[in-house]
Design a protein around this ligand. Structure first.
Ligand SMILES: NC(=O)c1ccc[n+]([C@@H]2O[C@H](COP(=O)([O-])OP(=O)(O)OC[C@H]3O[C@@H](n4cnc5c(N)ncnc54)[C@H](OP(=O)(O)O)[C@@H]3O)[C@@H](O)[C@H]2O)c1
Length: 331
């Protein structure tokens, strides 16, 4: 199949280009500069220039695509990012989805895949939830829910079906947040968030290694599924256990532990909401519908891979020295 990827140079998109190409599919990656062209070509894709905010460029770039994927994001990597940065991300989600679904319809694509996030349906009580649970958006996640609805509605009058892959919290050697966590853990400046809302036990997150998030998109495309799916590790894990394991692999000091309300008050609720809201959900429906098998079924294997890669390529030393670029373009 011919696959068109918007966001082809990001953490998820880079892997989509490599993995679809490795499976023998033709991949076209939307790019915005020469560095993007190089990154896509190096992974076996064909770079085509365009912008999510330029609808005409998208229709041209997506020509001939069977599958169109929205993997673009403008999530700020600064935890203290202000409203303007989040508004840009909202635009990528809302306007970007409108423009990309319009392009998918105009080129006659048969499938549209949208990246979303599992915590749009997380509840304050920390109860388990699944694909049928009603979304409970926050200021930051409202635009992700809107993008889901825009892409679902678009498929009603278009030749394509829509599948929304709600991914867990990404971690990867080249993900900015993963590097920031490591840098802070090494300095014992990242506390593990302990008690959950209303003191209801540890906050639980649903992580996913970015390699496995990408392979889920390949599985979804090849299985031609539609609807909403949760793509997470085999096990949810408390933020406390996740950070302790990470610190252990990094040979960093054991992180301190603080209650969720203190974290919110200190860093701001937007930035920490994904670490103060429990995400008790499962990948079982997605596994049953596809032949997807995560390479790193739990955070143990996944974080081990992250740290091993950093040891091999010198990133770990650079993190210890505080001299690493948090947003690398190579994986
Ligand atoms: N589920 C999750 O936990 C989740 C989901 C998404 C992101 N994140 C995190 O957020 C951080 C940033 O993600 P990332 O590294 O993928 O972001 P990134 O490196 O900033 O990549 C975002 C992608 O979107 C593209 N893009 C942005 N605006 C665009 C526009 N107007 N038109 C076309 N393309 C556009 C970028 O293209 P250019 O290269 O041309 O800028 C790039 O390909 C990472 O740490 C990641 O782990 C987490």
């Amino acid at each position: 199949m011919r696959v068109f990827v918007a966001g082809s140079t990001g953490v998820l998109g880079r892997r989509l280009v490599s993995q679809f190409a490795d499976r023998g599919h033709e991949v076209v990656g939307l790019t915005r500069d020469a560095a993007g062209d190089e990154a896509v070509a190096a992974r076996g894709g064909e770079p085509v220039r365009g912008d999510l905010f330029d609808a005409d460029s998208l229709a041209l770039a997506a020509e001939g695509a069977d599958t169109v994927i929205h993997a673009a994001t403008a999530i700020p990597s600064d935890p203290q990012a202000g409203e303007a940065a989040w508004e840009k991300n909202d635009r990528v989600r809302r306007e970007g989805t409108r423009a990309l679904t319009t392009a998918a319809a105009s080129v006659g694509a048969s499938q549209y895949l949208q990246q979303s996030i599992v915590w749009v349906a997380a509840n304050d009580r920390g109860d388990p939830f699944d694909e049928s649970s009603p979304p409970r958006p926050t200021r930051i996640t409202q635009s992700a829910v809107d993008a889901e609805q825009i892409s679902m509605a678009a498929s009603e009058n278009a030749p394509f079906s829509t599948a929304i892959l709600r991914c867990g919290v990404f971690y990867a050697p080249d993900a900015a947040h993963t590097r920031q966590f490591a840098e802070r853990l090494l300095r014992r400046r990242l506390p593990a968030i302990g008690r959950g809302p209303l003191g209801r036990g540890d906050v639980v997150i649903a992580p996913i290694h970015a390699d496995d998030a990408a392979s889920a998109f390949v599985a979804a495309a090849e299985s031609e599924i539609e609807g909403i799916w949760h793509v997470v590790d085999d096990e949810s894990v408390s933020t406390r256990a996740f950070l302790r394991t990470f610190a252990d692999y990094l040979d960093a000091p054991k992180p301190l532990s603080i209650p969720a309300w203190v974290a919110r008050a200190t860093v701001g609720s937007a930035a920490v909401s994904q670490f103060t809201t429990s995400m008790r959900t499962s990948n079982e429906p997605f596994r049953a519908a596809t032949d997807w098998q995560p390479t790193y079924p739990t955070h143990h294997e996944g974080l081990r891979q992250v740290v091993d890669q950093w040891r091999r390529d010198g990133t770990l030393d650079a993190l210890r020295a505080g001299s690493v670029d948090p947003s690398p373009t190579e994986s």
